[in-house]
Write a protein that binds this ligand. Structure first.
Ligand code: GDP
Ligand code: MN
Length: 387
């Protein structure tokens, strides 16, 4: 789960990580009100969306007077902000963070994330802050310093000092950096984060380290023990179909292609997506209805796939183990009767009661393309994709 910058900064503040003064505003009037509270110019008005690259996209602006705050808040609130992370359709801005503008002397990068290959937390810092860190890693990897922290031992002051030396920080800045790094690590662990990132972490002209930006992602599997974080959820930022699927306990992720697919079991779902690509098409989603899916789950999954306007064809690929093929077939027929199906549907199923299942599909009177096996299914999907 992702949260907004202003929410991440609330957590930073609770963990003693220095942030600029300011608060979130939901209207132009409120933005002006926050600027008055700050009592000093410049102020920065920052679009709050779940995507980075806002600065380049025109979503972060400085204002030097109340009139300018009014003007930039009007520009940013309600705009469709397009960044390299939003995709071409962009995101509508519904709130802004209004903060004191700080004099920047230097921009650093600081971040941490799980390193699965070593089972550690990779803590990284770079003197090339404010830039896309992936780009720095590709072009100037020597500018990134990294320590791997064993989660059983936790981050120690020497880890933080090692990073500070790597950044060539002065003793004065090192004294600020060490507690900042340790506090951020505590936050990372306490909240089961999958990413905590400050880009840029700035050095102000009066030599203070301050988190100018804040990004936190949480491991969804840990959210059950962080009810306070669930309150940060912003449905406006989430895909409406994914929200709908979550209601029914379906593992659904929307993707960019046009062949919808419904599969039981994550492994089979991955293999099916490969198959779709092999057939020259692109999957419109990942959907695992689960091994023990009921007819109702199949029906709900089917409805969600069909409500995606990009879907030009559907591939149902089910192995009937716990979920018997006849139950599956009935679920599909029921769903197809309830929603208007305008796209071709290829079905491949195998397993328990497969004959009965095929019989139900064949006699349903629906326009279903029943494949005999996986290879046959792939060819049929390829045909759909070409039309
Ligand atoms: P992102 O583009 O979505 O990562 O948004 P950031 O929060 O990183 O802001 C983008 C850029 O805006 C920063 O790298 C800074 O250069 C600039 N910026 C943000 N806040 C301030 C500020 O208080 N003072 C100054 N001078 N620049 C700022
Ligand atoms: Mn940033």
């Amino acid at each position: 789960m992702k949260i907004h910058e202003y929410q991440a900064k609330e957590l930073f503040a609770r963990y003693g990580v220095p942030i600029p003064r300011g608060r979130v505003a939901f209207s132009v009037d409120e933005a002006v009100e926050v600027a008055r509270e700050l009592g000093r110019y410049p102020v920065v008005v920052k679009a709050q969306i779940h995507a980075g690259g806002r600065g380049k996209g025109g979503g972060v602006k400085l204002a030097n007077s109340e009139e300018e705050v009014l003007k930039v808040a009007q520009e940013i609130l309600g705009m469709t902000l397009v960044t390299h992370q939003t995709g071409p359709e962009g995101k509508v801005v519904r709130k802004v963070l209004v903060e004191e503008g700080l004099p920047i002397e230097n921009e650093l990068y600081f971040g941490m994330l799980p390193d699965r290959s070593t089972g550690t937390v990779a803590v990284m810092a770079s003197s090339a802050g404010g830039m896309d860190i992936e780009e720095v890693a590709a072009k100037e990897p020597e500018k990134i310093v990294k320590v791997n922290v064993d989660p059983l031992l936790g981050m120690q002051p020497f880890h933080a000092r090692q990073l500070a030396y790597g950044l060539s920080l002065s003793p004065e800045l090192t004294r600020q950096f060490v507690p900042l790094a340790l506090n951020l690590y505590r936050l990372f662990i306490d909240y089961d984060c999958s990413l905590v990132e400050i880009n840029p972490l700035i050095v102000t002209s009066d030599h203070k380290l301050i988190a100018l930006d804040a990004k936190i992602n949480f491991d969804d599997n840990g959210l059950f023990r962080h009810k306070d974080i669930l309150a940060y959820r912003d449905p406006d930022e989430e895909d409406p179909l994914e929200l709908e699927a979550a209601k029914y306990n379906l593992n659904y992720i929307k993707m960019n292609g046009n062949i919808g697919n419904m599969v039981n079991g994550a492994g089979l779902a991955m293999a099916t997506m490969d198959l779709i690509k092999l057939a020259g098409a692109e999957p419109a989603n990942f959907l695992d209805v689960g091994g023990g899916a009921s007819a109702e789950m199949v029906e709900n999954g089917f409805k969600i796939i069909l409500s995606d306007p990009n879907v030009k064809g559907v591939f149902v690929n089910i192995f009937g183990g716990i979920l018997r093929c006849d139950v599956l077939a009935r679920g599909i027929v029921e769903a197809a009767k309830k929603v208007e199906v305008k796209v071709p549907i290829v079905i491949r199923m195998e397993g328990t009661n497969v004959e009965q299942g095929r019989e139900i599909l064949n006699q349903s009177g629906l326009n279903l393309i029943v494949a005999t096996d996986l290879k046959d299914a792939a060819q049929k999907v390829a045909t759909i994709a070409k039309n």
